[in-house]
Design a protein around this ligand. Structure first.
Ligand code: PEP
Length: 244
């Protein structure tokens, strides 16, 4: 029997918007969301997270887009898990392809997994992103790439209730080229085989829109979405509604 998994919709606002614009987005989109039995999490830039959290009037939660690799200490420019917990923030996105694959950032698999484990072991929940490039897909390396990205996490995590996996093919992020529901379902089913627990949620990310959300969420192994561009507009309301 298939495990019941609570659906999850994340909105990744990336490095966009002034504070005023993000507060407007809270008014016009986030505070209009009505749901129960779903997790909805939005992720503003870290500098905005407190005023955004204070402006949210419903059960939408907030997530950081990254976290430092150590606790408090002499790590200039880093945010530690203690800072995050202090402000009652529960979620952090880690391993987004824009942090893995941007040459000037180039976070390694081990570095990302170690940050995830540190966060989880200290009570935070992690949206852990994985995904293949177009070249890797064309070379039929998708499964090997995903396994390599997941392995350091699978080897170390003990409490999987604090992990959501986001499968985001790099070729689909911000390109308008959404994975077909069949392709996404096949990959999600393969990812699930790599995970120790059937109850772990696996999100799809990559050009999710109000028009393709319903068919994607209809796939048995797709438990929700990580949404970039469409989370910055009213379309996010339709995407959340499609998952109810
Ligand atoms: C993302 O940045 O995680 C993402 C999926 O972006 P988009 O929805 O714009 O493709």
């Amino acid at each position: 029997m298939q495990a019941q998994r609570k659906r999850f919709i994340g909105g990744n606002w990336k490095s966009n918007n002034t504070l005023a614009k993000s507060l407007e987005l809270v008014d016009s989109v986030v505070n209009k969301l009505e749901f129960d039995n779903l997790d909805v999490v939005v992720s503003p830039v870290s500098l905005h997270i407190v005023p955004i959290q204070q402006a949210i009037k419903n059960n939408v939660q907030v997530a950081l887009q990254n976290i430092g690799h150590k606790g408090f200490g002499a790590f200039t420019g880093e945010l530690s898990f203690e800072h995050v917990k202090d402000l009652k923030i529960n979620w952090v996105i880690l391993g987004h392809s824009e942090r893995r694959r941007t040459p000037e950032i180039s976070e390694s698999e081990e570095f990302i997994a170690n940050k995830a484990v540190l966060a989880i072991n200290n009570g935070l929940s992690v949206i852990f992103c994985i995904g293949e490039t177009i070249q890797e897909m064309e070379a039929k390396e998708t499964q090997a790439v995903l396994e390599k990205q997941l392995k350091p996490l699978v080897d170390q995590v003990k409490d999987w209730s604090k992990v959501v996996i986001a499968y985001e093919p790099v070729w689909a992020i911000g390109t308008g080229k959404t994975a077909t529901p069949e392709y996404a379902e096949e990959i999600h089913a393969n990812i699930r085989k790599l995970l120790p627990d059937q109850s772990i949620r696996i999100l799809y990310g990559g050009s999710v829109t109000k028009d393709n959300a319903a068919v994607l969420i209809g796939q048995p192994n797709i438990d929700g979405f990580l949404v970039g561009g469409a989370s910055l507009k009213e379309d996010f309301i339709h995407i959340v509604n499609a998952c109810k």
